[in-house]
Every structure is written in C-alpha cells, then in structure tokens.
Design a protein around this ligand. Structure first.
Ligand code: NAD
Length: 276
C-alpha cells in the first residue's frame, strides 16, 4: 500500500517540521483492545458502553460503573504496544517535532516510548472526584475546592490531615468505589464519558498542535466522535498534508491520501519508506 505514495508527498513528509499524529481506538486494536465498533464481541459483549460510561449512570449506580471500568482496565493493563505504536515512538527521533493527539485512554503510546502525548479523552488509570454539579448547586453552603482531589466539597467535611499522597495511592481496582481521603467525594476514572465535555485546556493543546503542524497522520479513527473528529479536517483546511491509515473508509478518505491497512502493518512500512 505504501507503493501508492506519490514521490512529491514522500518529499513533503520528509521536509515536515512538525508532524501531528491523531489516533483512535483502531490504533490499539492489534494490541487486543477492541474498538467500540466491535462491541458485539469480546470486551464490550455484555454491556453497551453508553449505559455505563456516563455521569448519569455513575450517579444512579456508582458501583456498577466502577466495576465495568475495573474489568476494562484489567484487559487494557494486559495489552502491549503494537508495531504501530512502536513505529510512532521511533518516528519522533527523526523529525524536529512530533505530537501525538489520541482519543485512546489506554497509555499504549506512552508505553511504546512516545513523549508528547495529548490525551483528549483522559486516561483510564488516573482517578478524579465525581463532581455532581446539581448537588453542589443545591447545597446549603457554597462549596469549596477540596485541596486534595480538587473536587467540590463542604469545608466542614474535609479532613485536615489527609494529603495528596493519600489520594495518589488510590487505584482503579476491584472493591468498593473509593472516596477522596480529604472530602469523601466518590472517585471515578479520569476519562471523558458520553455526555461530558472535553477538558478545555487539553482540547486547546490539541488544536495548537494541529494548527502548528505541516503534516498529519490520522490513524484508526472512524471520525464520528466530536470534537476530536474535527481535528483532521482542521489540519486539512490549514493546508497540512493529511494521510489516513485505516482498513475502512471514513468521511475523510476521499479528501486525503488514504493508506488502507492496519496500524501495525502500515506504520512500520511508512517509517521505512519515508524517514529511513
Ligand atoms: P473510533 O471511532 O476511533 O473507530 C475505530 C476505527 O478504527 C474504525 O474506523 C476502524 O475501521 C478502525 N480500525 C479498526 N482496526 C484497525 C487497525 N488495526 N488499524 C487501524 N484502524 C483500525 O473508535 P470507537 O471504537 O468508535 O471508540 C470511540 C471512543 O471510545 C474513542 O474515541 C476512545 O475514546 C474510546 N475507546 C478507546 C479505546 C482505547 O483506549 N484503546 C478503545 C475503544 C474505545
């Protein structure tokens, strides 16, 4: 499939000063983590993620949502970076700048050695407080920001002896939903659930990387989840060379150079053809 790359595009990629890499769930499919679109099989077979990955579901039944994420984390923790992740990590040393913008929550880019990784949808292995905006609004006293978990709290609930180190020791693991050692807020995985906004600072960082790039690789994303899906279009509008790696066509395919194939097959070949 790399044979289809035009010589002028190879030259343009070789001269790129800043390559942005945008990845979706397909990037990790060959590491054994199914995409959501594979949800009738494997990891997602018995539960629709839309039922358990929302703030509404956590409010209704925190233990069920926690247990589902623990199950997901056990599969993700067993996964290893694939040849595609490793090719991207190696590529960083061959260009002045490479930014990875990922929708994945699995840490596999970092495990492969990538440094500058922007995690648009958070990270499964980090915890944060569950902030119930409605409860905070209805509370008798204005909430304070908990000094340990940064969530909303009532100051009289806060334990003055609790520390950030106590919080940092808590993990996504089987058992009851943990609580902040200072304010008692329930903790949840630091991922973006359905019906939630992206962290504005993270989205800004991703847009800055896209605006500064002269070439982009768009890998393993169906481009159906906004606002992430707009990023390759943004790069295209700005005149960057955009290359898509995906075994299936997407809405972007007719507008860019498409390399139909999987991440673990195509990326090592692309690295060898263009940058070696
Ligand atoms: P998605 O919208 O990114 O779709 C998956 C895409 O990957 C499809 O276009 C498919 O054709 C392509 N694909 C499948 N196998 C591939 C391969 N081997 N190489 C390259 N491309 C391949 O992702 P989704 O499944 O709709 O998930 C939506 C969101 O759910 C993601 O944005 C992410 O936040 C989250 N999610 C994360 C993970 C993870 O962290 N590994 C896994 C599943 C879902």
């Amino acid at each position: 499939m790399i044979a289809t790359l035009h010589a002028s595009l190879i030259d343009r990629l070789r001269r790129a000063q800043h390559l942005a890499v945008f990845t979706g769930a397909g990037m990790s499919a060959e590491s054994g983590i199914p995409t959501f679109r594979d949800r009738l099989t494997g990891l997602w077979a018995h539960t629709d993620p839309v039922e358990v990955a929302t703030p509404q579901a956590f409010r209704r039944d925190p233990q069920r949502v926690w247990d589902w994420h623990v199950h997901l984390a056990s599969a993700v923790a067993a996964a290893q970076p694939n040849a595609g992740h490793r090719a991207l990590a190696a590529l960083a040393g061959k260009l002045p700048r490479l930014s990875v913008v990922t929708q994945n929550i699995d840490s596999l880019h970092q495990a492969a050695g990538s440094r500058d990784v922007i995690e648009l949808h958070g990270n499964l292995f980090r915890l944060k407080p569950f902030i119930d905006e409605d409860a905070a609004f209805e509370a008798a006293e204005p909430p304070v920001i908990c000094r340990v978990c940064d969530g909303y709290a009532a100051w009289r609930d806060c334990d003055p002896w609790a520390s950030r180190e106590d919080f940092a020791r808590l993990r996504l693991a089987a058992g009851p939903v943990p609580r902040c050692p200072c304010c008692g807020a329930r903790l949840r995985p630091d991922v973006v659930w359905f019906n939630e906004m992206l962290d504005p600072q993270v989205l800004d960082a991703a847009m800055s990387a896209v605006d500064a790039c002269d070439a982009m690789l768009c890998i393993g994303s169906s481009l159906e989840v906004e606002p992430a899906a707009s990023l390759p279009w943004r790069a295209l509008r700005r005149g960057a060379a955009v290359i898509e790696v995906n075994p299936q066509p997407t809405a972007l395919t007719p507008h860019v150079t498409a390399l139909p194939g999987t991440a673990a097959q195509v990326l090592p070949q692309l690295l060898a053809t263009v940058w070696n």
